[in-house]
Design a protein. Structure first.
Length: 244
């Protein structure tokens, strides 16, 4: 699937198409492109997998259609939040990025659904104020992905799936990141991993979302919260239960 959309003003411009994602026999993304891989929370993948395995194709297709809208949202956020170039790393200028995106539902080596999408970013872009091609500001790109785009991606996925798919998200245990808790898919996470996809054209420089640091921070939050709960410093109501 290819989605490119934006509105005009500052970095709110339409990005340029980096390459044709529909040509699977073609060269694919440039060798120096950055592959930002957005990996959905595991419970969303488990939901789609369960629907497919139980022959609920229409419901599974609804989830896939929702994810296409999430991809569209993410592309727009990347252009707005990350659309900057620099000459020397110290001064950023608004730019029109070169982007391409592809959504997939599987990862090589894993036999269950793994919803994710690749968003390739060209290494250079046209500066909006003077038309000169400069290097994409990688430091600003990393910061914006972590602080703006990734949280926005998660929020949009939660919003649209709750609205359309009849599910509920929540915190499955103290300190955890959000997962689908109704139906209680968080109870089936053991033994599953996100995985990393090389894409149909093989791996480029890849920046996984969530990052290893984000996952490590969540794990540390879980450990700290579990310790607080053991010491009686944290009151916790599990999903699906009512406070007394």
């Amino acid at each position: 699937m290819m989605v490119l959309r934006g509105s005009f003003g500052d970095t709110r411009v339409d990005p340029v198409v980096l390459f044709d994602v529909h040509d699977l026999e073609g060269a694919g993304p440039p060798a120096d492109a950055i592959d930002v891989q957005f990996r959905a929370p595991l419970t969303f993948s488990l939901l789609v997998d369960a629907l497919v395995r139980n022959d609920r194709e229409l419901d599974a297709q609804t989830c896939l259609t929702v994810y296409e809208k999430v991809i569209e949202h993410t592309v727009g956020k990347v252009q707005v939040a990350c659309g900057y170039v620099t000459d020397d790393g110290s001064v950023s200028s608004p730019a029109r990025l070169e982007l391409a995106t592809l959504g997939e539902s599987s990862v090589p080596g894993l036999d269950t659904v793994r919803m994710h999408h690749h968003l390739w970013i060209g290494p250079t872009a046209e500066t909006l104020d003077d038309g000169v091609r400069r290097t994409v500001d990688r430091r600003r790109l990393r910061d914006a992905l972590r602080n703006v785009v990734w949280p926005s991606y998660l929020g949009r996925l939660r919003e649209l799936t709750e609205l359309t798919c009849g599910i509920s998200w929540g915190i499955p245990w103290p300190g955890a990141a959000g997962q689908i808790v109704d139906p209680p898919l968080h109870e089936h996470l053991a033994g599953h991993e996100l995985g990393v996809c090389p894409s149909p054209w093989g791996a480029r420089e890849m920046w996984e979302q969530p990052t290893e640091k984000w996952l490590a921070d969540v794990a540390e939050d879980e450990r700290a919260a579990a310790g607080d709960a053991e010491r009686g410093l944290l009151y916790w109501t599990p999903p699906g239960t009512e406070r007394s």
